[in-house]
Ligand binder design. Structure first.
Ligand SMILES: [Fe+2]
Length: 421
C-alpha cells in the first residue's frame, strides 16, 4: 500500500530524506500543514461515516470508547494543547467539554471516568460535529497566522495532534468491531472493506544478522518519544519467520487441544483462559462445525490462509511454545524489518513481541502534560510491532512501538515466530 508521510520533510524516491533537504519557506509550510490537517481530520469523519448516531454512542467494554467520544477527544487534544497555549484570542467551544473529553492527562485537569463514556448521550453527535468545525477553523487560522518565531513549536504540536488523531482512527474501528461482535445480528461496518491477505512466497525462517545493531528512530521524520533514544542492541543467533502465523496454523493449535493444555500457558495466561472461557481467537465462533469470525465486513468464514488476528499476548506466547519456537524480541523484529527479511511486516496485524514495554536506555519523557503521552504507561504491557489493517496511511514506521496489556485481543493483533539457532 502506498503510504504518504504527514511530515513535510522532503523525501527522495526511496522514501529517505535527502542529505541536504531544501529548506521550506514559512508560506510553504503553512500550506503543507493545512493540507495535512484537513486530510487527517477528513479521514476520521470518513471512518465515522459508516456508523449511525446510535453506533457512535455505544461503549462495549471499559477498554473501548464510543466513536463520538473519539471524534471529540482528538478535537479536545488540539484545543487543549495547540489552541489554548498558542492563540490568545481562542474561545473554548464549551467549558464542559474538557472534563468529558480529556482521556488521561492529569496535568490537563479532572476528567470523566473512562468506563462511563458510553453513558454520555449529550452532547449529541451534532454538538460534536460543531465542536470539530469550531476547532478546525481555529487551527486553520493559527496555521495561517502563526508568526515565524512560533511556527516551529506550533507545527510540532500540530504534528503530534495529527499522529494522535490517527491512533484514534485505528481505535475507532477496533472499538466498533468489538461492539458489533456483541450484537447477535452481526452488523457490517463496511461491506466493501477487503479482508487482509497474506503475501505469497516462500515460508519458513531466515537467519538474522547476529551482533550489535542500532534500533530506534533515526532521521528527521516524526516519531513518538518512546522510539528514542536510538541505541545498540545485541542480536543473538536467531532465525525469524518470514510470514505471520496463519489461521490454518492456529486451527492446528485448537485441534491439538492448545486451549486445554495448561503446560503451554503462562500462569496469568491460563488464568485468563479459565476466566474468559477462551477456546479460539477473539470474535471466532463455531456454527455447525465450521469456524466463522466477525470482521469489518460482517460475519465471515475463517480464511485459513489469512494471518490470525485478535489474539492476546498470552495466546501468542502459548502458540509459540506449542510450535517449539519463541516470539521475537522487539529489537529482533526491528532489525529484521530494516533488513527486509519480513513479509507482511505492516498493514495486516500488529505482531506481539516477547519484549516488555520499557523505556529505551536514556529515555526521558517530555516536560509538561504531553510528557504523559507514553512514558507513564511503561509498566506491565507488552510491545507489538508493525501495523494493522486498521492503521491509517502514513502512520507506520519500522521503529514504531505499540503496546497493550497481555490479555488484550480486540486489536488486530497477531504474531510471527522466531527460533534460536
Ligand atoms: Fe488520545
Amino acid at each position: 500500500m502506498a503510504r504518504t508521510a504527514i511530515s513535510p520533510v522532503p523525501r527522495d524516491a526511496a522514501g529517505k530524506p535527502p542529505l541536504a533537504p531544501k529548506p521550506l519557506s514559512l508560506e510553504e509550510l503553512r500550506v503543507i500543514w493545512r493540507d495535512a490537517f484537513r486530510r487527517v481530520r477528513a479521514e476520521t469523519e470518513s471512518r465515522a461515516a459508516h456508523l449511525s448516531a446510535e453506533d457512535q454512542i455505544v461503549q462495549s467494554m471499559a477498554d473501548a470508547s464510543p466513536a463520538k467520544w473519539h471524534r471529540a477527544h482528538v478535537t479536545w487534544f488540539f484545543e487543549q494543547f495547540l489552541l489554548v497555549p498558542n492563540d490568545p484570542a481562542y474561545k473554548i467551544f464549551d467549558e464542559r467539554f474538557p472534563f468529558l473529553f480529556n482521556s488521561y492527562y492529569i496535568a490537563a485537569g479532572p476528567r470523566h471516568a473512562r468506563p462511563q463514556r458510553g453513558l454520555i448521550t449529550r452532547p449529541n453527535g451534532e454538538d460534536v460535529a460543531g465542536y470539530r468545525a469550531h476547532v478546525d477553523a481555529a487551527v486553520e487560522r493559527l496555521i495561517e497566522n502563526v508568526p515565524a518565531a512560533d511556527a516551529a513549536s506550533v507545527f510540532s504540536i500540530l504534528e503530534i495532534g495529527l499522529h494522535h488523531e490517527q491512533q484514534h482512527q485505528e481505535l475507532l474501528i477496533t472499538d466498533i468491531l468489538h461492539a458489533f461482535a456483541q450484537n447477535p445480528t452481526d452488523p457490517v461496518y463496511d461491506a466493501g472493506r477487503p479482508a487482509p491477505r497474506a503475501t505469497q512466497g516462500p515460508r519458513g525462517f531466515v537467519d538474522m544478522p547476529a551482533g550489535i545493531h542500532a534500533i530506534g528512530h533515526e532521521g528527521q521524520g516524526f516519531c513518538f518519544d518512546n522510539e528514542t533514544p536510538r541505541h545498540d542492541e545485541l542480536i543473538p543467533d536467531v532465525r525469524i519467520a518470514r510470514h505471520l502465523v496463519s489461521n490454518a496454523e492456529w486451527l492446528v493449535f485448537i485441534d491439538a487441544g492448545g486451549y486445554a493444555t495448561p503446560a503451554l500457558w503462562l500462569s496469568d495466561g491460563w488464568a485468563a483462559v479459565q476466566a474468559e472461557g477462551w477456546q479460539a481467537p477473539g470474535y471466532w465462533r463455531q456454527n455447525d462445525g465450521a469456524w466463522f469470525t466477525m470482521t469489518l465486513a460482517g460475519l465471515k468464514p475463517v480464511d485459513a490462509a489469512a494471518p490470525v488476528t485478535h489474539i492476546s499476548y498470552y495466546e501468542a506466547d502459548a502458540f509459540a511454545r506449542f510450535a517449539g519456537k519463541h516470539l521475537p524480541s522487539e529489537a529482533e523484529w526491528e532489525v529484521a524489518a530494516r533488513a527486509g527479511l519480513l513479509a507482511d511486516a505492516f498493514g495486516i496485524a500488529w505482531q506481539w513481541t516477547r519484549s516488555a514495554y520499557l523505556p529505551y536506555p536514556g529515555y526521558r519523557a517530555a516536560e509538561g502534560a504531553l510528557g504523559e503521552y507514553n512514558g507513564k504507561f511503561m509498566v506491565s504491557q507488552m510491545v507489538l510491532r508493525g501495523s494493522s489493517v486498521a492503521t491509517p496511511e502514513s502512520h507506520e514506521r519500522v521503529s514504531y512501538r505499540n503496546f497493550f496489556y497481555p490479555p488484550a485481543r480486540w486489536q488486530f493483533s497477531g504474531l510471527r515466530l522466531a527460533e534460536f539457532v
